[in-house]
Design a protein around this ligand. Structure first.
Ligand SMILES: [Cu+2]
Length: 159
């Protein structure tokens, strides 16, 4: 004779699943999100890469970082499968007025601020890049001091 009440093992299993879900949600930092980026994670937009101007030359990556959080963060490293290493560079003028660039260890992203990496300013240098064809995309992983890693796709274009 068929029964309309759920079998006891099934009801018990359901209860276990619900308890686990509740337990996991309780482990969050208050937002309930454990995998999605928190509201304070910097966002990266408009990423693009300019290919090298010659063989054995680095490529440059440009992008915009927005920090919606109430605390400053800092870009401390960049990696890409398309380059041997990546450096964060600052463009500066020497005493004779010649423009040059040098690596920096961290790029501060102020709370609620926007920092643009653009030609003539901050940029990411892709050292010993693989061949970069116009129209292809390059994966860039940005490492932030507090927020951790953010991976974006940058389009290769002439500028
Ligand atoms: Cu540079």
């Amino acid at each position: 004779m068929p029964s309309f009440r759920p079998s006891l093992p099934r009801a018990f299993a359901l209860l276990v699943v619900l308890s686990l879900a509740a337990g996991l949600a309780g482990c969050g930092t208050g937002t309930g999100a454990t995998t999605a980026p928190s509201a304070a994670t910097p966002t990266v937009s408009g990423a693009w890469v300019r290919p090298p101007i010659g063989a054995d030359r680095p490529a440059a990556a440009y992008l915009t970082i927005t920090n919606p959080g109430r605390e400053a963060d800092a870009l401390v490293a960049v990696t890409s499968p398309m380059a041997m290493t990546c450096e964060i560079h600052e463009t500066s003028m020497d005493s004779s007025g010649m423009a040059g660039m040098h690596p920096i260890q961290r790029l501060e992203i102020p709370a609620g601020g926007v920092v643009k990496l653009e030609p003539g300013g901050y940029h990411v240098m892709l050292m010993e890049p693989k061949e970069l064809t116009i129209g292809s995309t390059v994966e860039l992983t940005l490492e932030f001091e507090h927020a951790g890693r953010v991976t974006v796709q940058a389009e290769v274009r002439e500028g």
